[in-house]
Ligand binder design. Structure first.
Ligand SMILES: NC(=O)C1=CN([C@@H]2O[C@H](COP(=O)(O)OP(=O)(O)OC[C@H]3O[C@@H](n4cnc5c(N)ncnc54)[C@H](OP(=O)(O)O)[C@@H]3O)[C@@H](O)[C@H]2O)C=CC1
Ligand SMILES: Nc1nc(=O)c2c([nH]1)NC[C@@H]1CN(c3ccc(C(=O)N[C@@H](CCC(=O)O)C(=O)O)cc3)C=[N+]21
Length: 305
């Protein structure tokens, strides 16, 4: 069993996302060294066009992660009242820049711009978020290139937790383009770390508890604080909580998930905490996608995947 799984007496094991993310970063740092000896320094560009303080924090964390593993990062910040054409020009410039291997457009973009149109403009070869329709299509057709970072991170956590995915009954709560849908496709595809039987639930699902209660794996990405409680879950299952909800003010401000951790951890076998679960994995997988983009663009073969 991986040392990232913390055993708890009479309670669910805790899947330590920070520990698994540290392992991923270590492998990425080794790959960066190998690329550098072939004359390639991977570069990631982040683009922010929003006043959302959470987005600013995330972008800063991503830059720090890059520095930790030897990826060069460049940050472009656009005024929220700048015309859409300025955003599109920025994307074109980054597409054409040989020092940039990966481009991340931090979502959500300000309301005045057409977000899907912006994401379509990113060169699919630099689309380390996996949001471009070409990369979405490749995932759905079972020939993935860049898979969105959060689903990739969740798959890795399930593997680390020792979950046997082939044949497992996986219930995904949430059908967003960012998390729910790509995760469902990833786990539905053929493969040793996939081959699951996947059900996707959403706000119109008739009886959510009936689905979550019979699942081997429940992944919750609904954006609703503590939507899933222990009563809706079964012993023997593994729960992945994707939700990040800020509650409280001032000194009482804290992050909670989409799962009621207290009640769930008294029922299930293993669970991810919030914070320290899926979030760090999302950032680690961005680094992994970026070095893969750099290797592919420089035509350097990597030993792993
Ligand atoms: N840890 C990480 O790295 C990341 C965390 N997040 C967090 O994950 C959460 C989800 O994000 P995202 O997928 O972008 O969210 P979206 O808001 O885009 O999608 C939420 C989904 O949940 C469904 N939903 C909402 N309420 C219910 C309900 N009561 N019962 C069942 N389904 C429901 C919605 O259904 P419908 O389609 O019918 O509206 C929708 O499909 C958020 O808390 C976000 O902050 C997101 C990305 C990365
Ligand atoms: N183009 C794009 N790609 C994304 O991947 C993307 C995005 N836009 N927009 C927003 C969501 C959200 N997201 C998170 C990443 C890391 C943490 C994370 O590291 N969370 C820490 C806590 C961080 C804190 O303390 O605030 C944790 O859960 O432990 C959270 C959320 C990526 N997203």
């Amino acid at each position: 069993m991986s040392e990232a799984i913390k055993r708890r007496a009479d309670r669910a094991d805790v899947i330590d996302g920070e520990a698994v993310a540290a392992q991923v970063r270590e492998t990425v740092a080794e790959t960066v060294e190998r690329l550098q000896s072939a004359g390639v320094t991977p570069g990631l560009a982040t683009v922010l066009m929003s006043d959302d303080p959470a987005s600013e924090t995330y972008v800063r964390m991503k830059q720090r992660d890059c520095a930790d593993v030897g990826i060069e990062s460049r940050h472009v910040e656009l005024d929220t009242d700048a015309p859409q054409s300025e955003l599109f020009e920025t994307i074109e410039e980054l597409n054409d820049d040989p020092a940039i291997d990966g481009i991340l457009i931090q979502r959500p973009l300000t309301d005045s711009v057409d977000e899907p149109a912006a994401l379509r403009r990113v060169d699919p070869a630099k689309d380390v978020d996996g949001f471009h329709p070409e990369n979405v299509g490749r995932l759905v057709t079972g020939d993935p290139r860049f898979v969105p970072c959060t689903p990739l991170g969740i798959q890795r956590l399930l593997v680390e937790a020792g979950v046997e995915l082939p044949g497992a009954d996986v219930v995904v709560v949430g059908r967003s383009e960012l998390v729910g849908k790509p995760l469902a496709n990833l786990l539905l595809n053929r493969g040793d770390d996939a081959d699951a039987t996947v059900t996707v639930c959403h706000s119109k699902t008739d009886d959510l508890a009936a689905h979550t209660a019979r699942a081997d794996v429940v992944v919750v990405a609904a954006g609703v604080p503590e939507l899933v409680t222990g009563e809706m879950l079964s012993s023997g299952s593994t729960v992945i909580d994707v939700g990040i909800n800020a509650v409280g003010e001032g000194d009482d401000r804290k992050l909670i998930g989409d799962v009621d951790y207290e009640s769930a951890s008294q029922v299930v076998d293993a669970i991810t905490p919030v914070p320290g679960g899926v979030g760090p994995m999302t950032r680690a997988m961005l680094l992994k996608n970026t070095v893969q983009a750099a290797a592919r663009q420089a035509d350097v073969e990597l030993e792993t995947e």
